[in-house]
Every structure is written in C-alpha cells, then in structure tokens.
Design a protein around this ligand. Structure first.
Ligand SMILES: [Fe+2]
Ligand SMILES: [Fe+2]
Length: 130
C-alpha cells in the first residue's frame, strides 16, 4: 500500500521537476513499505538519509528554475524549502533517538511534511509556469 499516490494534477509541466516529484513519492512510499514489513531501524534511517539528499537536490533545481523565470513568490517558496529541510532533520533526529517515536508517527509526519508543500507551493508554481 502506498502512503502517497501520484495524480496527474500534481504535474508542474516541467519534466525534470515532475520526474523528481515522482521519485520522491516513490521513496517516501518505500520507507512506508519498509515500516510495515518491520525493516530494521538502521535501514529506515538510511532511507531517510536518501530522501534528505534527494529532496535537497530537488529544492535546488526548483529554486534555479524559479530564479531563471523571475517567479514572483521565489523568496517565500525558498523559505518554505528551508523550513522543510529543518523539519526533516528534526524528524530524523527524533526517529534516531526517541524510542517512543512510533512508526505510525513517522509515516504521518512524512506524509504531512511532503504533501503540504507539494499541494500548495509547488501547485502554485505549476499554475504560473504551466
Ligand atoms: Fe517546492
Ligand atoms: Fe517540489
């Protein structure tokens, strides 16, 4: 079962961005599958590290495109990226150190963490560039 499903309306109309969004959804879903199949804490942590690396690269790509197109909400969008990176670091720290942080909490937080930005900031970007 997937935590997040891809829908066509998520497309921002820029192939490289859409490709990375799909990849990110797949990674988050893979973490979720691993949680349900009782993967070790180390494996989950490695996956979270991979998500962090991929998402940092993705944000850099989006910021480059927004800058090149003189996108009017560049600053706010970039700030939201920075906030999200801080948050995923917090989620990773919690998962690593807090024994009471359940797998369900992790799944919920990942879903909320990614989907919100995706459905608001990135969707607006889509409307302006698409
Ligand atoms: Fe974004
Ligand atoms: Fe994005």
């Amino acid at each position: 079962m997937s935590l997040i499903d891809w829908h066509e309306e998520y497309s921002v109309g820029i192939a490289s961005v859409d490709h990375e969004h799909r990849e990110m959804i797949n990674l988050i879903n893979a973490v979720y599958d691993n949680l349900s199949s009782n993967a070790s804490k180390d494996q989950i942590e490695a996956f979270l590290g991979e998500i962090y690396t991929k998402i940092s690269a993705h944000f850099a790509l989006e910021e480059k495109i927004m800058k090149a197109k003189a996108y009017d909400e560049y600053e706010g969008h970039k700030e939201d990226h920075e906030r999200l990176l801080d948050e995923i670091r917090d989620i990773m720290d919690f998962y690593e150190t807090d024994d009471y942080f359940s797998d369900k909490d992790l799944a919920d937080q990942l879903e909320r963490w990614f989907s919100e930005h995706f459905r608001t900031r990135d969707a607006r970007l889509h409307k302006h560039l698409g």
